[in-house]
Each structure stands twice: as C-alpha cells, then as structure tokens.
Design a protein around this ligand. Structure first.
Ligand SMILES: [Zn+2]
Length: 230
C-alpha cells in the first residue's frame, strides 16, 4: 500500500500546552520577554532570534527545564494509538517543531514515543550550563521565506523522498512554518487554532481536530482499511 507518514507539530498540538512558554514563564523577566515578543510581531527580529533571546534570559539550565517539561506536560489523547497505526502500516512519525530539543525530547520519552523522529532547534550547551546557550538548527530550510528554526516543508519533502505516492499527513495549530507546510507541501491537513483559521480563510482543505487526535486516527483507519492493505 501507499506509505502514509505523519508530520506533527509539538507545542499545543502533540503537547496539549505551549511548553516553550511553560519553560520561560516565571523564569525570565516578563517585561523583557514582552519587549522581544513585540519586536518579533513587528517583524524587527525573526522567530529564531526571538526564541534565542528569550531563552537566554532564563534563570535555569536546560537540565532543569527538561525536568519541568517532563513532569508538567501531557500529550494529546489518542497520540499513542495514532502513532501505532502509522507504524503498523510502515509509515513514519516525525515531530516537526520551531521549538527546542531540551523540552521536546523529555516529553516524548516520558510518553514512551522513542521511535518518533524529531526535527527542531538544538541547544548544544552542556545540560548543566546556564544561558546564554549555543544553538544549532539542523532542520532549517533554505527554500522557504521565514527564519523559523525548522522548515516543515523540508521535513515533509524529506519524508516523501523516494516515493512520490506516499501520503503526508500534517497536523498543526500555528502560523509561520505550520501554515507554509499546510499550504505548500502536506497532502492532508489536520488543524486546530490559528492554523484552522488560516486554512479556512485561504481555501486550504483542512480537517478540524480539538480535544484529541480522534479525527486523525479515524481518517487513518478508514484509509488503511480501504487502501488494499492485506
Ligand atoms: Zn515552507
């Protein structure tokens, strides 16, 4: 059968909360964070620069933040069932995020999702070090316009490589790299929040999800049972 791959956003999509915010909230001076956010929204600095500058204000090491992410984050209901269904039929699951590895990896580990591929920004500093951190962006793309940490279009193209027939399901909630991937690369889009609004306003076909990944799982089960899978 046609391989079906899943590319899923992290903050407020796979994770039910905005984990990046949980990391710096109460651990960085709010007025400085607000100022940086305004510069980002005004287009004066890129998302990547905004995120770096915010995390460089945090009063904790990445090890301390990892521990908080692990204990304080839950994943959306039916994620495990959805991933298992993808893997059962030979597909891959990739978390594609504009966020950073030190809070994404512990959440996936805690949920038992060791086989999930991750494309995100990386902090190279020793886990015990305090900021400023050293950053690396192995998934940054050159093909899209934004400086968004991770180019989700590139992640999707990479998953498709070698098999033009594969179907790529994209699941997300945000703008920037989410809306770019939904508009330009994904075959099937599941959306909530601002991404759903963007898709509706721009004539991009998208299926809504809300509390859990039920609609994605339902779609997949229907697809794999009618796809000539024996
Ligand atoms: Zn793109």
């Amino acid at each position: 059968m046609t391989p079906i791959h899943l590319v899923c956003d992290f903050d407020s999509t796979l994770a039910t909360s905005f984990v990046a915010g949980d990391m710096y909230r109460d651990h960085a001076p709010p007025e400085q964070v607000a100022k940086l956010r305004m510069w980002f929204l005004d287009g004066e600095i890129s998302f990547r620069a905004y995120q770096e500058e915010v995390f460089d204000l945090v009063d904790q090491s990445t090890a301390e933040m990892s521990a908080r992410a692990m204990s304080g984050t839950s994943v959306r209901n039916l994620a495990g069932e959805l991933f298992a269904e993808i893997w059962k039929h030979g597909g891959t699951v990739t978390v594609a995020s504009a966020g950073l590895n030190f809070y994404i990896e512990p959440v996936l580990e805690n949920a038992g999702f060791e086989h999930v591929d991750i494309a995100c920004g990386i902090v190279l500093s020793d886990p015990a070090e305090l900021p400023p951190f050293r950053y690396d962006y192995p998934s940054a793309g050159k093909s899209c316009i934004g400086d968004w940490v991770t180019c989700k279009c590139e992640v999707i193209r990479d998953r498709r490589q070698g098999c033009d027939q594969s179907e790529i399901i994209f699941v997300g909630d945000g703008l920037l790299s989410d809306s770019c991937a939904a508009r330009n690369e994904a075959d099937t889009v599941f959306a909530t929040g601002r991404l759903l609004e963007f898709c509706n306003e721009n004539g991009i076909e998208a299926i809504e999800f809300d509390k859990d990944f039920g609609p994605v799982l339902e779609y997949l089960v229907k697809k794999t049972s009618t796809n000539g899978d024996h």
